[in-house]
Design a protein around this ligand. Structure first.
Ligand code: FAD
Length: 500
């Protein structure tokens, strides 16, 4: 078979639920975490011919949460799952993004940059701007069940080990079970137990950013039909809306369809001395690690510290029929190594990299990781598993680190909305086709061999999944926050061509 993942499959594997599987590779993959990255990794590893088992700590599939932003790359392989693609297209929100001041004054509006491009056609149809997390989890799980991929719930992994000589890794649960595999994909989120194995405790800690997000999502029918509130929601026959309300240090994202409404209010708290959560007292640490439930009245008290909020938004928050979950937004500085010393454990998604909501990319990059690791394992075959995880890491790190940094730069743009009324388009968060037009499966297939050769000979590999002409540079959250506190404009978007 050719190594190009996008060329016709010459030697066919199993065909089930419309999904054409590659021939079996004999690679036994264990995936820990049935979240956004883990569920897609399970599907992609199955499709690439690997044998797959998923472990999840929760007793059943978690369908909590509201919406997350989507870009085409994370959905670029759904076309290989016809039923899943239909579910995705039925569940995703195809919106125009409009920007407003806190007071409700319209500033600018934009269509998704990828609309009607080859990229969207390649993805098999319209890629919306957001999707509700419950619908997304249910659609991936539905496909997993139809393909018969085993998922064991109620298994909390507390430790990973690897036997470099035997070329296997194992996941140990708090119930005393041990699951081994040729490779473990640790998709177990920001507190991944894999961090201990990877760097013997020296992995960068996640730290509070002093920003918080209060979020809620619920059926629209639960809202009273008052004219003020209904004026910011789509009328019958109108398309879905995403509205971003901006003010200094405060942003509110509203996503609404004919049947569903969600909002996310992001705000900064008083800056605290530099700290990481490992150094915090048990009580304070709990505050950073777990969401707090707020009542609408409690959130309104926080919001109205700023005067003049659009009354329609205040009405929406006051009517939130469910608990509003307030999250501390924590961040882990980018770290180059996502694989264990022997290469048989690899972290993907939040386990490897955290994102601020203003980058709109945490879920997208977890999905890109899932597609890339499955293809790298296929490219390398059973003999090269450890090299394949390292190649995946090499192909992904610089792209992910650069996109992580956009979270800070986008904050600056949204913060400045009050000053941009002369140049309304300045607030539109252009991302560039290097970001939305990327095809992670093709990129892994096209670059696997060169990246492997570079790794084996110890020379740097030059990635092309970055803005054209971009010179990659390492960065930290501390540097970004210091830049912001001094009011210095970021040079990120002048490094390379971000308009291409
Ligand atoms: C407030 C907020 C807003 C966000 N907004 C956006 C957005 O607009 N756009 C966007 O793209 N992203 C957004 N994100 C980020 C996005 O949700 C995450 O980046 C994404 O969920 C990462 O996927 P994941 O699979 O790595 O982790 P998760 O989806 O968190 O999944 C991890 C899974 O692992 C399981 N698990 C954890 N520990 C263990 C263990 N020890 N053993 C077994 N299982 C375990 C968990 O139960 C969970 O099912 C937001 C996140 C937050 C907190």
């Amino acid at each position: 078979m050719k190594n190009d993942a996008t060329s016709p499959i010459i030697s066919l594997g199993e065909f089930k639920d419309g999904v054409q599987r590659y021939p079996l590779t004999g690679i036994k993959v264990l995936i820990v975490g049935a979240g956004i990255g883990g569920l897609l990794a399970a599907l992609e590893c199955y499709r690439k011919g690997h044998s797959v088992l998923v472990l999840e700590r929760a007793p059943s599939l978690s369908t909590v949460g509201d919406v997350f932003a989507t870009h085409p790359p994370g959905f670029s392989t759904l076309k290989y799952y016809p039923a899943l693609l239909r579910d995705y297209q039925a569940g995703s929100h195809d919106t125009q993004i409009s920007f407003y001041t806190r007071q409700g004054q319209f500033v600018a509006a934009s269509e998704p940059e990828w609309r009607d491009t080859a990229c969207e056609r390649e993805a098999g149809g319209r890629i919306g701007v957001t999707i509700p997390r419950p619908a997304h989890a249910a659609m991936l799980m539905g496909q997993i069940e139809r393909l018969g991929i085993p998922v064991l719930f109620g298994r909390r992994v507390v430790r990973y080990t690897e036997d470099r000589q035997a070329g296997i890794a194992a996941a140990h649960t708090d119930g005393g079970e041990c699951f081994d595999a040729d490779v473990i994909i640790a998709a177990d989120g920001i507190h991944s137990a894999a961090h201990d194995l990877l760097k013997k405790g020296s992995y960068p800690p996640y730290q509070p950013t002093n920003s918080y997000a209060a979020r809620a999502g619920f059926p629209r029918e639960l809202l009273a039909p008052g004219p003020q509130l209904q004026s910011i929601l789509p009328k019958p026959g109108e398309r879905d809306v995403t509205r971003v309300y901006c003010s200094k240090d405060v942003h509110l994202f509203l996503d609404a369809t004919q049947t569903y409404v969600s909002f996310c209010y992001v705000y900064k708290d008083t800056p605290k001395p530099s700290q990481n959560t490992c150094q915090l007292s048990e009580n304070t640490r709990h505050k950073y690690e777990h969401p707090m439930a707020l009542t609408p009245a409690e959130l309104l008290a926080i919001m109205t510290k700023d005067p003049d909020w659009d009354p329609a938004i205040l009405e929406l928050v006051s009517q939130a029929p469910r608990e509003i979950m307030q999250w501390s937004l924590n961040f882990r500085n980018p770290h180059r190594q996502w694989t264990s010393p022997g290469g048989h454990v690899v972290m993907i998604g939040d386990a490897a990299h955290t994102f601020l909501p203003t980058s709109g990319n945490g879920a997208v990059q977890a999905s890109e990781d899932a597609v890339s690791i499955a293809e790298c394992l296929r490219q390398g075959g059973r003999e090269n598993i450890a090299w394949s995880t390292r190649v995946h890491n090499t192909l992904r790190y610089e792209r992910v680190s650069t996109i992580q940094r956009t979270g800070f730069v986008n904050q600056d743009i949204l913060d400045s909305v009050d000053q941009v009324s002369q140049h309304p388009d300045a607030v539109i968060l252009k991302i560039g086709s290097w970001m939305w037009g990327h095809l992670p499966e093709k990129y892994a297939a096209d670059n696997y061999r060169d990246a492997l050769a570079a790794l084996r000979s110890g020379v740097p590999f030059e990635n092309t999944n970055l803005p054209p002409g971009y010179k990659f540079r390492e960065w930290t959250m501390e540097e970004e926050q210091e830049r912001q506190s001094k009011g210095i404009v970021s040079d990120l978007r002048s490094n390379g061509d971000w308009t291409a």
